[in-house]
Design a protein around this ligand. Structure first.
Ligand SMILES: [Zn+2]
Length: 246
């Protein structure tokens, strides 16, 4: 810190401005204070969760394992069934809290990403794998970033006949139609319109139609509801879609 910065609070006008800034910071901190102690089904942590995202969601992130609401919803479903997903598993856009769990359970588990931070470097819109070569594809909060009709077609192709897609996306259930606009390409505008600078749409409830259009005839839904929302810090109404060909 420079001398100028040090003496700035000593100047009367600056003191006033500094107090105003402090008030803003204090209000922000108060607004992001956790509401309620929660339990993390992924790592067993009990206590307050941290806020996450922009704008911040309260009680979103487990400070122990780093999981978010959707990871806890997924793990509650997964751990309440006996090995509900069959390998080989292909997990797009690695999510460290779940990745750690999967590696403990499955020998035939691979992460995939278009960048270099995964086991396999794959483009979800043109997956360089043989047809029918995997039994599970996990794709959480990926489809809102990409050309989803191409990605879903490719996921369908690489899945075996009995394979399943596990998918979640930001979805506004009150919207009949997905909101997207190819003309919105600027990252700042995308953040305003679609919630994140690299998102290209907000899904409405017609997300299910897109899954069916790709060939997934059976869609089961896991929903965050009731007491589990409070206990585990889930997003009310959050969804995981379990999609099968048959
Ligand atoms: Zn945790």
């Amino acid at each position: 810190m420079s001398l100028k910065q040090l003496i700035r609070p000593l100047v009367p006008e600056s003191i006033k401005a500094w107090r105003q800034q402090r008030l803003v910071v204090e209000n922000l901190l108060a607004a992001t204070k956790p509401l309620h102690p929660r339990s993390c089904p992924v790592c067993g942590y009990q206590g307050f969760f941290s806020h996450f995202g922009r704008p911040p969601r309260l009680d979103a992130q487990c400070p122990s394992c780093g999981c978010l609401e959707r990871h806890r919803l997924f793990w509650l479903w997964f751990s309440s069934h006996s090995r509900p997903l069959e390998g080989p598993l292909l997990h797009f856009a690695p999510e460290p809290p779940l990745e750690k769990k999967f590696r403990q359970i499955y020998k035939d588990y691979s992460t995939a990403s278009i960048s270099n931070n995964a086991d396999l470097r794959l483009d979800i819109e043109a997956i360089d794998l043989p047809a029918g070569s995997v039994n599970t594809v996990i794709c959480n909060h990926v489809l809102e970033h990409v050309a989803d009709s191409m990605a879903l077609k490719e996921i369908y192709r690489v899945l075996s006949d009995t394979g399943r897609l596990v998918a979640s996306v930001p979805i506004i259930e009150g919207w009949e139609r997905t909101y997207e606009d190819e003309g919105i390409t600027d990252s700042a505008a995308r953040e305003v319109h679609f919630g994140q600078s690299d998102h290209v749409r907000y899904y409405g409830r017609d997300f299910r139609d897109r899954l069916r259009a790709a060939g997934f005839n059976t869609i089961e839904e896991v929903t965050a509801e009731g007491r589990s929302v409070v206990e585990y810090g889930l997003l009310p109404g959050d969804k995981i879609f379990l999609c099968s060909k048959g």
